[in-house]
Design a protein around this ligand. Structure first.
Ligand code: C2E
Ligand code: MG
Ligand code: MG
Length: 567
């Protein structure tokens, strides 16, 4: 009977051991720990063991000090004494030990039993060590020093799911946190790291198990997620409050992103293909000429090609003087007098005229726009000097300067060089600037306007009301002129647009009370002119009076031309 019991136990043990050995022999893949655990549990119970503990030491010193990591693989909760230990030492002197315990009252292990326990422990330990090594290798290969997944893990994911349809319903995103250096500067490096980590963890939790997020480096990330999550993700990327310490203090983080909505059935032949698309879309987002979040599309590709053509042609166009200044008159609607003009750029190429809407946004992607603006200023100053020398009645001319100039610390010097080089009195010039979107630009903008102010050069806020104008912009910056965008003028004569009217009325009266000159842009119809009059806005610019004119045409307006402004 006893023999029969032993036989049964013996058979069961070998069956379990065989299972353990085969489970742990699966290479290139982690073994299923829950299966292994249940086998070890059963064998431990079979041999009356109370606990199994594994220790990992990086070196013998750690072992001597008892500092390594501990893993409990089996625990009945009963106290006990150690009955057997197996110890492995690797070539690099890292040490793994496994010890099993038995409760005092249990019958000690027989020699046969000890052999079986030893065999089981060695098999288990060999594979626990291998698995751990795999974990370490994986962490080194697929995570960076800060614990973020790296680009290698992203590539691996792309190749792994690269077969047709593998990405159905998914989207790829490349994003970069904006002005992150400022967070580091203002709150310190530790807080900066915390913000990065919290931002990363938030997105990782959002995209869940079906997605993947990796850091390309610095504050630049790539991610794959379900298309359904894009609204939530883009919302978070547009603006998020991210904690920078443990007390819940937060900083606002915004990002620029390029997104590729992966079409169904799409096969990733080469992971670089998806990366290339999201980077292209991201670059456009980052250039600041369009949205903060840009979706990749074929038209985007075509636009990109067009943009590249423009960028390539630009240097020779500038040399060949293909850019010309057109002047759009500004009119005093009470007297009909010409009271100023705006210099607007036109590009003549192969006898065709290219409109600024087509090339300005492209040139704004690089610093080419700055070269063009200085060229325009130079041409305008040349014209003013000529008109003054001819004894004409000269009016103040405004020149547009792109926001790109704000990064130029020598901007004032460059402007003065041009104006003074032509010997043009400063009061004949006005610089038009548009509102800014970030704190950094805002500070720079204020500095530029202050400096121009000191040099007696007029400045105007262009397109006020178009973007995200803040009242702070006119409170803090000493502008001379507010150019109210046409968005405040009702478009349709028939339709009464009371909201725009109310806003127009108060913008004009606020500007005037603050001592700013106020001019309405884009005045096209007599009805709009009447609105200006009703609201005491005396200055106007728009097609109703004149379109932007070639210089010869504009010179005729300078010669005491009076506009018809019947009351
Ligand atoms: P902006 O500075 O706001 O210039 C006014 C724009 O409104 C001009 O467009 C002008 O032709 C247009 N406009 C004038 N009156 C009317 C009207 O009654 N109705 C309508 N619908 N539009 C009117 P344009 O010349 O096509 O220039 C577009 C934009 O390109 C300008 O807007 C300016 O931001 C930019 N731009 C033009 N030349 C330069 C330049 O030399 N440098 C820079 N940085 N930007 C420039
Ligand atoms: Mg303008
Ligand atoms: Mg404007």
């Amino acid at each position: 009977m006893v023999n029969c019991m032993n036989m049964e136990k013996e058979l069961r043990f070998y069956k379990l051991y065989e299972q353990l050995a085969s489970e742990t022999q699966i290479v290139n893949q982690k073994f299923d720990t829950s299966v292994i655990e249940s086998i070890l549990n059963e064998i431990s119970a079979m041999f009356r063991l109370s606990k199994g503990v594994t220790h990992f030491y990086r070196n013998p010193g750690e072992e001597a000090r008892g500092e390594g990591e501990t893993m409990i693989s089996y625990d009945t909760g009963k106290e006990g004494k150690p009955v057997h230990t197996v110890r492995f030492v690797t070539r690099f002197l890292s040490i793994t030990t496994m010890t099993v315990y038995m409760a005092e009252e249990e019958e000690p292990l027989t020699e046969e039993e000890l052999k079986k326990v030893d065999l089981t422990m060695r098999t288990a330990l060999a594979f626990i060590s291998r698995n751990r090594l795999q974990d370490i290798a994986e962490a080194l290969a697929f995570y960076d020093d800060s614990g973020f997944r790296n680009i290698r893990s992203f590539f691996r994911y792309l190749s792994w799911k690269g077969q047709p349809g593998g990405f159905d319903g998914m989207a790829a995103v490349n994003y970069n946190l904006r002005h992150f250096a400022l967070v580091n500067e203002e709150y310190g490096r530790t807080a900066g790291d915390k913000v990065l980590k919290n931002h990363y963890q938030h997105i990782e939790a959002m995209i869940g198990k079906n997605g993947l997020l990796s850091r390309l480096g610095g504050d630049s990330f790539v991610c794959i997620c379900e298309q359904a999550l894009l609204p939530e993700l883009t919302d978070y990327l547009t603006e998020a409050s991210v904690p920078y310490d443990d007390s819940g203090n937060t900083v606002t983080v915004t990002a620029c992103a390029g997104i590729f909505v992966i079409p169904d059935g799409y096969a990733v032949m080469n992971p670089n293909d998806i990366i290339g698309k999201i980077i292209q879309a991201y670059r456009i987002a980052q250039s600041g000429t369009q949205e903060q979040i840009v979706y990749f599309s074929d038209t985007l590709l075509m636009d990109r090609e067009k943009a590249m053509r423009i960028q390539k042609r630009f240097p020779s166009a500038l040399r060949n003087k293909e850019f010309r200044v057109f002047y759009q008159p500004k009119v005093n609607i009470q007297t009909g007098e010409l009271c100023g003009a705006e210099a607007l750029c036109r590009w003549f190429h192969d006898d065709k005229m290219i409109s600024p809407a087509d090339f300005i946004p492209v040139l704004e992607q690089t610093s080419d726009i700055c070269k063009l603006d200085f060229y325009m200023l130079d041409m305008v100053c040349g014209h003013i000097r000529k008109w003054l020398d001819e004894g004409r009645h000269v009016v103040r001319i405004s020149v547009n300067l792109s926001r790109k100039h704000m990064l130029n610390g020598d901007l004032l010097k460059n402007i003065l060089n041009i104006i003074d080089g032509h010997n043009v009195p400063h009061e004949y010039l006005e610089i038009e600037l548009t509102e800014t979107t970030t704190d950094v630009e805002f500070k720079a903008l204020k500095r530029v306007v202050d400096e121009l102010h000191q040099k007696n050069i007029c400045t105007s806020v262009d397109d006020f009301g178009m973007g995200y104008s803040s009242l702070n912009l006119i409170r803090v910056v000493p502008w001379n002129v507010l150019k109210v965008d046409k968005i405040f003028l009702p478009e349709d004569e028939e339709k009464e647009d009371s909201i725009r009217r109310i806003m127009f009325k108060y913008v004009v009266s606020m500007a005037k009370e603050l001592g700013l000159e106020c001019i309405a842009e884009g005045v096209e119809t007599p009805a709009q002119l009447a609105i200006l009059r009703d609201n005491h806005c005396e200055l106007a610019q728009g097609f109703l009076f004149d379109r932007p004119l070639p210089v010869e045409e504009f010179e005729k307006r300078l010669d005491m031309h009076n506009y018809l402004v019947s009351q």
